[in-house]
Write a protein that binds this ligand. Structure first.
Ligand SMILES: [Zn+2]
Length: 75
């Protein structure tokens, strides 16, 4: 199965990986609640394609910058 990572913020294609056997523990999906997993991970077993919603580097960078600025204001 091929897993395609798409940015949840801007919809940009991030990356994709080819997996012989899906092991959800190895993917880190076990840290998600069942609701989050349903929302973020869509596996199409017929087409052998899964899409995973993630955050791309640029969106992630923007978010962390905002948090740092908030922290400085508080301090
Ligand atoms: Zn993005």
């Amino acid at each position: 199965m091929r897993l395609i990572y798409i940015c949840d913020e801007c919809g940009r294609y991030i990356d994709e990986i080819e997996m012989g056997i899906i092991n959800e523990d190895r993917l880190g999906f076990d840290v998600l609640t069942p609701e989050e997993r349903e929302d973020l991970v869509h596996l199409d077993w017929n087409r052998q394609v899964g899409t995973v919603r993630a955050i791309c580097d640029s969106c992630w960078g923007e978010g962390s910058t905002e948090k740092e600025q908030d922290g400085e204001i508080i301090h």
